[in-house]
Design a protein around this ligand. Sequence first.
Ligand code: ATP
Ligand code: MG
Length: 343
Amino acid sequence: MSEVVHTPRVFSGIQPSGGLTLGNYLGALKRFVETQESGGIETVYCIVDMHAITVWQDPEKLTHATRELAAGFIASGIDPARSILFNQSQVPAHAQLAWIFNCVARLGWMQRMTQFKDKAGKNSENVSLGLFAYPALMAADILVYHATHVPVGEDQKQHVELTRDIAAKFNNDFGVEFFPLPEPVIEGAATRVMSLRDGTKKMSKSDPSDMSRINLTDDADTISKKIRKAKTDPEPLPETLEGLEGRPEARNLVNIYAALAELTPEQVIAEHGGQQFGTFKPALADLAVARLAPINAEMGRLMQDPAEIDRILAAGAERANEIAAPILKRSYEIVGMVGTGAA
Ligand code: ATP
Ligand code: MG
């Protein structure tokens, strides 16, 4: 069989499962903007509300979080004219292809997913079926656009690898070379921003402790307070990068500084090595406020006109559907289902 060459296309998503965090910004959003700006590749960015409801969401809060996340994308620099920006539930092809992938993916593959284990904890009999099937929906999100590159944080690497397995098994089961095997793109100094309360746990918007994270909606005082109170050890910053070994909290703050300042961690250590946290933390707080305040202000401005946000998402969904519908139609044909999947 000949190798099918797929046109490069970028897809990534963020859940409206709470407010945006600094982790989402540095690990995902900021890099989505860089990809858009570098040009030459189509960029599809999705507010994945169907993923969010795999754990209970208060309906009013979900609506608010969806609009606020759209505002966060735009305030960070995503231009809805140059990128396709929409919410997942407006494009039914995601759910339709996900069902096919539920029938392609194996139970054993899903059982290995560390995000499921983390999120289900000891309660795995009582979580939703959707939380378990989450990675098959994520595979559909990506593959319904034939996306080739998926910029994500480190925590999503395993899901993108599973997406490759699902694509390969579909192609193999049906004797086609239809779906590309997408690459996770995990780059930069902050691919895994850690909780400010526990340097071994990732910063998450769904963490019960608000002190564990910086939200894009936090004001300057709150950002400074959270950084000042961030857990650290009593030692000063080391003079070399190797000195961060075994010091996850110190490493985390250095990585955050590097990503915000667009420096490497080496450069941050060269500049700040030997400093006490009493000196480094205020410098980091000032930098974080300088970077985040304009985004925060723009989000606030955009949120004053929710109808305009809804219009932007509807227009994005229309464009997304134009790409997804023919790919879904062809998937139905390959599987042998009568009809196109179109409503
Ligand atoms: P939740 O806790 O509800 O899962 P989340 O903060 O993990 O929320 P997601 O919507 O699951 O956010 O992920 C959106 C994007 O942000 C993904 O690309 C993910 O890899 C990235 N991301 C999430 N947390 C971090 C983090 N701490 N550091 C770097 N990137 C992150
Ligand atoms: Mg997550």
